[in-house]
Design a protein around this ligand. Sequence first.
Ligand code: IMP
Length: 430
Amino acid sequence: MPLNIIVGAQWGDEGKGHITDRLAHEAAIVARYSGGDNAGHTVTIAEQIFKLHLIPSGIIHPGVVCLIGNGTVVNPAVLLREMDALAARGVDIGPARLKLSGGAHLITPAHIALDRAHERARGKEAIGTTMRGIGPTYTDKARREGLRAELLADPNRLAEVLRHHVAARNEALVGGYGEEPLDGEAAVAEWLDYAARLAPHLVDGPLLIDEALGRGEMVLAEGAQGTLLDIDHGTYPFVTSSSPTAGGALTGLGVGPRMVERVIGVAKAFTTRVGSGPFPTELDGAAAARLRGTGQNPWDEFGTTTGRPRRVGWLDLPILRHARRVNSLSELVLTKLDILSGLAEIPVCVAYEVAGRRVESFPTDLHVLAQCRPIYETLPGWAEDVTWARRPADLPAAARRYVDFVAAGAGAPVSFVSVGPGREQFIELR
Ligand code: IMP
């Protein structure tokens, strides 16, 4: 049976692709359930680095079927580019392996233009989106004017709907934002090519998953973004437009909660975020540079999708408790523990102080969050390089203590720790 769900426990970029890759060999299907190519997953296998935005990380495992589920938004041009890049490196991306659910929504050039125009118009209030058209696509979905992937199977209808869509969105672009209109006919010509290539990949996603679960196979739901970017449970309005939390996996894939076994929350051993919005434990200067890295390594804290330097800070336990609660986490995976090696002391935020009061839970009101001052407990660091550690006993005592402290403070056991970008750089703790 079960459905196992991987979610980000912070603001995204926690290293979910890494653990998905680790667990994918046990799965029949690995499925993306929300978001689009705003996500970026880096998977390192031997010397090869795979950067994926839309295609589930499971594609690297021969024999695993990868599904892009109903809850996602898909830019067909990006999907095809990613497929071509994988094919060029010998990865099978044929219709038997890579499937696109007909209920997923399509990101059009008009959605991307609107994302850009809207961000520009917000000026200092900008969300800091990835400019991939994510928000406008989910907006059209919610107002029941979206284009679903199933259109790719019907070129005539696709052309008619896309032509109408571009004309309608041009009114907003030109009239509302003073931008240049898009060429609808050029978009139609391109999209008919996309449709011809993608139509063989179309499936009924929920049916595919139901059949696999019925055969007793495991389905792995691969989260994108993170809990604090969830439109309902994140730092609204500085969030994405979808539901990266565990509930989003159920609606996004079309599965009920009775099928779920594990909900695995992935958290970095510190905290990062990209885009705007409050971040209580944020660091600047040399301390930030130390955690961020220089950008020379692919795993340094620079966006996979946008290349932007990520904002960085110490680990925040109220955030992890919030993630445990809204996802019903069965466990945590703690990534990038190796980055903390060499620090004499490691502060961990255990609660906040707001207007002279101690607050243990993560506030849902952004104005309250902006006033939160972290209350830190400082743990001893460790000097040793841990990148070679493979068993719990290989970790220095202080690193073990750090992991135990996080588990106790978050209220969830830590099942895996990662100590480097490599596929084998994992320690299983239970
Ligand atoms: P959007 O999803 O492009 O609309 O961006 C909304 C917010 O979510 C911005 O702050 C983005 O930086 C952030 N965001 C979206 N996707 C990711 C991700 O995969 N990792 C980290 N932040 C993300």
